[in-house]
Design a protein. Structure first.
Length: 132
């Protein structure tokens, strides 16, 4: 049996942003998604459905808090959280000082697929496993 094809977290994020950015503005909020122009794909070994769940839940939670910024760093592993096995890193930050979370069901589902979650100081960080 072949391993599953890698999914592209950047492409998934681009597709979600295409309809959620205008929806956030129409609802009186704001949503800025940065880092989508990277020359390399943000490939991950996480299943595409889990990547969609993680990114969609993060963007919707950000919009619910009144908006903010989502930033993709493709396959850099450029944080202390990413470590050696880290691939794409996506950070969600909002203007509100309130703490926010993805919710226990979403978190447990994506963690089971290897996506690491960090919720700290008004910022949510997702680290996707590198593509094998």
């Amino acid at each position: 049996q072949r391993p599953p094809s890698p999914s592209d977290a950047g492409m998934i994020l681009r597709h979600l942003a295409a309809f959620l950015e205008p929806a956030a503005r129409a609802d009186g909020g704001s949503l800025a998604v940065e880092g989508l122009g990277a020359p390399e794909p943000a490939l991950t070994s996480a299943p595409a459905l889990s990547a969609r769940l993680a990114l969609g839940a993060g963007l919707l939670a950000l919009i619910k808090e009144g908006g903010g910024t989502c930033r993709l760093t493709a396959n850099e592993g450029a944080t202390e959280m990413a470590g050696q096995n880290g691939g794409a890193v996506v950070r969600f930050s909002h203007q509100s000082p309130r703490a926010w979370r993805l919710g226990p069901l979403v978190t447990s589902t994506i963690v089971a697929e290897g996506i690491r979650v960090r919720e700290k100081d008004g910022e949510l960080t997702l680290v996707f496993p590198k593509s094998r």
